[in-house]
Design a protein around this ligand. Structure first.
Ligand code: ADP
Length: 204
């Protein structure tokens, strides 16, 4: 007779967020800020739109940006030929107070395989930041990509966004950026950034 097994099943792997101890960094903290309000009012070099693959406008922040920028933005977007999920393309800003609009296409949240969504969301942030640098933008404001109708839980999206920005600012290219603003509109996103910014960028 074999004795009843006392072995426990292996713990469920928590794939995200993996919180690792991070050294406080004054340099990084000085470059990152959190703003609650309408992204279309910000006079930064570039704002990042949460667009869809058509790049032809939509609801949410996309609609707000197109309304505020005026019809010329739509005309330029029509020439871009769309954009794949995880990618981003840049346009002029027309009537907006910023200089450029970066249209990033976030993932529709994949409940079955959140890892795929995480890769795509990370790619959005990284691509948008590279585009900003390539276009001599030194300040950039991100909308909370995918956390609206695309259903990405805010408490999962915020660590992905913060990690991607932190990684970029720590890279050689990051020295070309002075300011990254996380723009939140709803309380759930505000709460998520309040929770995770001090974890990834501890106050010094
Ligand atoms: P997605 O389809 O990528 O989820 P949404 O536009 O539905 O895009 O939502 C993205 C985020 O933009 C949400 O967190 C939403 O609250 C926020 N948002 C909506 N309007 C604005 C605005 N005018 N300025 C900044 N953020 C906004």
């Amino acid at each position: 007779l074999t004795p009843p097994s006392t072995a426990r099943p292996p713990p469920t792997t928590v794939s995200y967020p993996s919180l690792q101890p991070i050294k406080p960094s004054k340099a990084l903290n000085d470059k990152i800020s959190l703003y609650r309000g309408d992204i279309t009012t910000l006079a930064v070099d570039a704002i990042v739109n949460a667009a869809n693959t058509s790049l032809l406008g939509g609801g949410g922040v996309d609609g707000a940006i197109h309304r505020a920028a005026g019809p010329q933005l739509y005309q330029e977007c029509k020439t871009l030929g769309g954009c794949a999920t995880g990618g981003a393309k840049i346009t002029d800003a027309y009537r907006l107070p910023c200089k450029k609009v970066i249209h990033a296409v976030g993932p529709v949240y994949n409940v079955i395989d959140p890892g795929v969504s995480e890769e795509d969301l990370t790619s959005c942030y990284a691509t948008a930041l590279e585009l900003a640098i390539d276009n001599s933008c030194r300040s950039i404001a991100f909308s909370a990509i995918s956390t609206g109708v695309y259903g990405y839980p805010s408490r999962e999206a915020a660590p992905v966004a913060i990690t991607a920005v932190k990684r970029f600012l720590e890279s050689d290219m990051g020295t070309n950026l002075d300011l990254v603003v996380f723009v939140v509109f709803e309380k759930k996103d505000l709460d998520a950034y309040h929770k995770y910014l001090p974890v990834y960028l501890p106050p010094v």
